[in-house]
Design a protein around this ligand. Structure first.
Ligand code: NAD
Ligand code: UDP
Length: 324
């Protein structure tokens, strides 16, 4: 069989999706990117449009689509809290109805299918660091539930399609990932802090800044995606991908100020509802089954991200939501 595959990337114009498309196109695969551009812009994939093995379709995965493919990566879903809370019902539909549409396509085509799940399935965790066996602590009726419960329901669908129809599935639980091509107005902490620092604006710390996150550079993560997709079919259980280095949000603010040389001041704002207090991946399964672990430390990845933010024209980015 040919090593060149027809690969669908749903949400392929987004921050992570565009990098994944780049890697797959470079590897010679026939790549179809579908995206409704809710949280992204065509400029993320404009450089791929001239490649003969890349195709872009404006499409919303909540609607069915008929394509013939060998592999599917489902990354379509708003990922930043401000984005997914903008229209929470649509967020839930994207994770549930959208996943069902893609699972249906995978079943018809006998394609292997990958779900971009999230550390949010662990909610505000009581277990630290979080292994895949931890079932989580999610508020099912809170403002983050549209995303957390949507992603949990998607995992359920993937497992049930696998059990009922013997489908080849992959589930990746992604922890906070950052890097060039993040939307500068997505409201996520890395993009907010860098934008604020470069413009000399106040750096907004929510709460007292003692909450923690573990930040993975996007190149490390995308390498993990490819390894998970290529793993044996027995790896049909969720696998955490993320960088175990854990930082408080205040530490991230201070590092951003140091690396940008900014004169911005730290200011404190109320903590959003249900904001997890700490988060760090246990990556034993990824090490064992994928021989994967992150290689890029925060300082280095943050510097690369800052360098990219310096090259962009903020005016070219539409703030998609008022919630940042
Ligand atoms: P992103 O917002 O840049 O990318 C998501 C893409 O999906 C965007 O291009 C958006 O326009 C598209 N999209 C949204 N709804 C759609 C729909 N109904 N139909 C078609 N396209 C749709 O975010 P990202 O950071 O690149 O995240 C990609 C995936 O990874 C998401 O599923 C997200 O939940 C998951 N994830 C990301 C992180 C992270 O830290 N970046 C962490 C956990 C999980
Ligand atoms: N945060 C912050 N200031 C900001 C944006 C975010 O202090 O301007 C905090 C937020 O409250 C959370 C952490 O940074 O504790 C990570 O937020 P983000 O939205 O990036 O992702 P999350 O991991 O919460 O989904």
């Amino acid at each position: 069989m040919s090593k060149i595959k027809r690969i669908l990337v749903a949400g392929g114009a987004g921050f992570l999706g565009s990098h994944l498309c780049e890697r797959l196109v470079a590897d010679g695969h026939d790549v179809i990117c579908i995206d409704n551009f809710f949280t992204s812009q065509k400029s993320n994939v404009a450089h791929l449009l001239e490649r003969p093995n890349f195709e872009l379709i404006r499409h919303d995965i909540v609607q069915p689509i008929w394509l013939e493919v060998d592999e599917i990566y489902n990354l379509a879903c708003p990922a930043a809290p401000g984005h997914y809370q903008y229209n929470p019902i649509k967020t839930m539909k994207t994770s549930v109805v959208g996943s069902m549409n893609l699972l249906g396509m995978a079943r018809r085509c006998n394609a292997k299918i990958f779900q971009a799940s999230t550390s949010e399935v662990y909610g505000d965790p009581e277990v630290h660091p979080q292994p895949e066996s931890y079932r989580g602590s999610v508020n099912p009726i809170g403002v983050r539930a549209c995303y957390d419960e949507g992603k949990r329901a998607a995992e359920t669908l993937f497992m049930d399609y696998h059990r009922m129809h013997k489908m080849r599935i992959r589930i990746c639980r992604i922890f906070n990932t950052y890097g060039p091509r993040m939307h500068p107005f997505d409201g996520r902490v890395v993009s907010n802090f860098i934008r604020q620092a470069l413009r000399g604006e106040d750096i907004t710390i929510f709460g007292d800044g003692s909450q923690t996150r573990s930040f993975c550079y996007r190149d490390d993560l995308v390498e993990g995606f490819l390894r998970l997709m290529a793993a044996p079919d027995s790896v049909n259980f969720p696998v955490n991908l993320g960088n175990p280095g854990e930082y408080t949000i205040k530490q991230l603010a201070e590092l951003t100020i140091e690396l940008t040389g900014s004169k911005s001041k730290l200011v404190y704002r109320p903590l959003p509802a249900d904001d997890p207090t700490r988060r760090r991946p246990d990556i034993k399964l990824a090490k064992k089954h994928l021989q994967w672990e992150p290689t890029i430390p925060l300082r280095e990845g943050l510097q690369k991200t800052i360098d990219w933010f310096k090259t962009i024209d903020f005016e070219q980015y539409r703030p998609p939501t008022p919630n940042f």
